[in-house]
Write a protein that binds this ligand. Structure first.
Ligand code: ATP
Ligand code: MG
Length: 199
């Protein structure tokens, strides 16, 4: 049987439980054999705060215990600005014949018409729009009937909020994996200063 592979792109600056819950729900609902998380190199108009190596390391530690999940450096190794079209092309050639699902939150999907080659991309992978608190649960007009709407448990977590909390010295426990929390604080990412944690 053809393998069903989910692709989840993002800056993952840092990865958090919102990403993981959406990927897990997609895997279960759509019967995916695996989900590959692909950290961007950078998006046009949005430079990540943490370096690519740190974002990959955090993604890798967050997914390590889940055999369905893995991390690919395809976007980072290609370099330059990241476009979903290139991400899906590269993952597609890496895995050979398979059925691809490109998973995004509804906020990201809303801007889909501005993506490079978005119409070609629709023929390369099935689009999956994961619901996200604070964003319209409706598919953009052009995607109606062409994408899968995926209700996921509402987790009002964003990387922006995690970075903000770290910068102000507020806790980030239970918003992302304990390993990621420790990594952020011990490396002093996001302006948090160096904090020694016991767990
Ligand atoms: P930032 O605040 O820096 O934009 P983010 O939390 O939106 O970070 P991204 O790395 O931009 O995270 O998102 C990667 C993908 O995950 C996007 O498709 C986004 O819509 C989706 N996503 C992020 N957080 C959630 C969430 N809480 N629920 C559902 N989908 C999410
Ligand atoms: Mg985002």
């Amino acid at each position: 049987m053809t393998e069903k592979i989910g692709i989840m792109g993002g800056s993952f600056d840092p990865i958090h439980y919102g990403h993981l819950a959406a990927a897990s729900q997609a895997a279960w609902e759509l019967g995916l054999n695996r989900v590959v998380f692909v950290p961007t190199n950078f998006s046009l108009g949005k430079r990540p705060q943490a370096c690519a190596e740190d974002r990959c390391a955090m993604a890798a530690m967050a997914v390590a215990k889940d055999p369905r999940f893995s991390v690919s450096k395809a976007d980072i190794e290609r370099g330059g600005p990241t476009f979903a079209f290139d991400t899906v092309s590269d993952i597609s050639s890496l895995f050979g014949p398979c059925e691809l699902f490109f998973i995004t939150g509804m906020d990201a999907l809303a801007g889909m018409e501005k993506w490079k080659n978005w119409q070609k991309l629709l023929n390369m992978a099935k689009f999956v729009g994961a619901s996200r608190p604070g964003y319209s649960p409706k598919l953009p007009e052009k995607l109606k009937g062409r994408a899968i709407l995926l209700p996921v448990p509402s987790l009002a977590i964003s990387s922006t909020e995690i970075r903000r909390r770290v910068g102000r010295g507020e806790p980030i426990d239970y918003l992302t994996s304990p390993l990621v929390c420790s990594f952020i604080l011990s490396r002093g990412l996001y302006g948090g200063g160096f904090v020694h944690r016991v767990n």
